[in-house]
Design a protein around this ligand. Structure first.
Ligand code: CTP
Length: 207
């Protein structure tokens, strides 16, 4: 199958030297891309700014902002069908500065200049393919994951508790649950991100 994976953070510039972002390192997404390529799938990895090596056999597209990432996902999914998949691991910034100044802003200008605009929801907007989302939560993890699954029409959500040690941004391990729209849950033990990635790919293949 054709598999498109989003990974890493996005950066939303407010002037040439400052941006809004988050601490995502892209490890989970790169592991998913590697796991899918190992299984012989045709993999495109759309990565925000991260410092990781491209996994073997994976086509990589580097992007900066959420809107760049959305364009790259659309291009990668062009002609894709119901047997193809989008696996969205990226920590996409939900907001961007409404305007990006061409010249560096002075700190005295910040409060009056900085207004925010909503970014597109890349995963929700993707149509006609199988979709897997991620949910990083600190509260009501399983209920929130099931809600996202329904709202974004996902096959399943990979939910994790980012408040827990060994999980979340920058770690090499993760403890996740696969949550479906009907609320059914498969919980995995703490394991390496590559092992989690292989379980995600197998679950998609197993349908
Ligand atoms: N996602 C996306 N585009 C966005 C935001 C999120 O593709 N603009 C994807 C992420 O890659 C992830 C899932 O959607 O797979 C996360 O869902 P989201 O509702 O954005 O999670 P939160 O930002 O945690 O939302 P909330 O604040 O509602 O909990």
């Amino acid at each position: 199958m054709r598999v498109v994976v989003t990974a890493g953070p996005t950066r939303e510039y407010l002037d040439p030297v400052r941006f809004l972002s988050n601490p995502s390192t892209g490890k989970m997404g790169f592991a998913v891309a590697r796991a899918a390529a190992e299984r012989g799938h045709d993999v495109t990895l759309i990565a925000g700014p991260v410092s990781l090596k491209t996994p073997k056999g994976v086509r990589r597209v580097d992007v900066t902002s959420a809107r760049d990432m959305e364009r790259a996902v659309k291009a990668a999914l062009c002609g894709a069908g119901e047997s193809d998949a989008l696996i969205a691991t990226a920590a996409v910034a939900d907001w961007r500065p409404a305007m990006c100044a061409k010249r560096k802003l002075k700190k005295s200008q910040m409060e009056s200049v900085l207004k925010l605009a909503r970014n597109p929801d890349i995963l929700k907007g993707a149509k006609g393919v199988r979709k897997v989302g991620f949910a990083a939560e600190t509260d009501n993890i399983l209920a929130e994951a099931a809600r996202k699954c329904r709202e974004k029409r996902l096959e399943f959500v990979v939910a994790n508790d980012v408040g827990e040690a060994g999980c979340g941004f920058g770690t090499d391990t993760n403890r996740v649950s696969f949550v479906s729209a009907d609320g059914s849950v498969e919980s995995l033990p703490l394991m390496g991100k590559l092992a989690v990635a292989r379980r995600i790919v197998r679950r998609l293949e197993g349908r």
